[in-house]
Design a protein around this ligand. Structure first.
Ligand code: IDP
Length: 141
């Protein structure tokens, strides 16, 4: 039996702005994952520097941080067996134009001609990232 995992999910500012938070939470719950924490938050430059440390120096880093500061994000901790890869599968490919239909990004996202892929959601990509990211967004957990 696989151990229960936790993953950090963010509904990014485009998702909150477009009123898709409920739809995204619905898909997470419909898949069978539990919500362990949900909080509407304003990110800060410090928090994003930690969260996106691996992307520092890349051409899209500054616009990515600017985008993530453009409005509130819904920070969510989900829980369930293999929920890290499970949520990545629900989210779909990074580029929403080609993300598979049936996924959050594929069904609800598109290219808006902006510097950053506004792709609605973030999901941790490994157990190590999940522990690190949950510690950044929910240090009390
Ligand atoms: P992921 O969110 O699918 O895990 P990452 O490679 O971790 O993708 O990238 C983090 C975020 O940075 C993406 O979700 C997207 O918003 C943005 N991003 C990634 N690659 C590009 C790019 O090549 N151009 C513009 N934005 C990008």
């Amino acid at each position: 039996m696989t151990d229960v995992q936790r993953s950090l999910v963010l509904v990014k500012p485009d998702g909150v702005r477009r009123g898709l938070s409920g739809e995204i939470l619905r898909r997470i719950e419909a898949k069978g994952y539990a919500l362990a924490a949900v909080e509407l938050r304003d990110a800060t430059p410090e928090l994003l520097a930690e969260h996106y440390a691996e992307h520092e120096g890349k051409p899209f880093y500054a616009p990515l941080v600017e985008f993530m500061l453009s409005g509130p994000v819904l920070a969510v901790v989900i829980e369930g067996q293999r929920c890290i890869e499970g949520f990545r599968s629900l989210a779909g490919a990074t580029d929403p134009t080609v993300a598979a239909p049936g996924t959050i990004r594929g069904d609800l996202g598109r290219d808006w001609g902006l510097a950053v892929q506004q792709n609605l959601v973030h999901g941790s990509d490994s157990e190590e990232s999940a522990a690190r990211e949950i510690g950044i967004w929910f240090p009390q957990l």
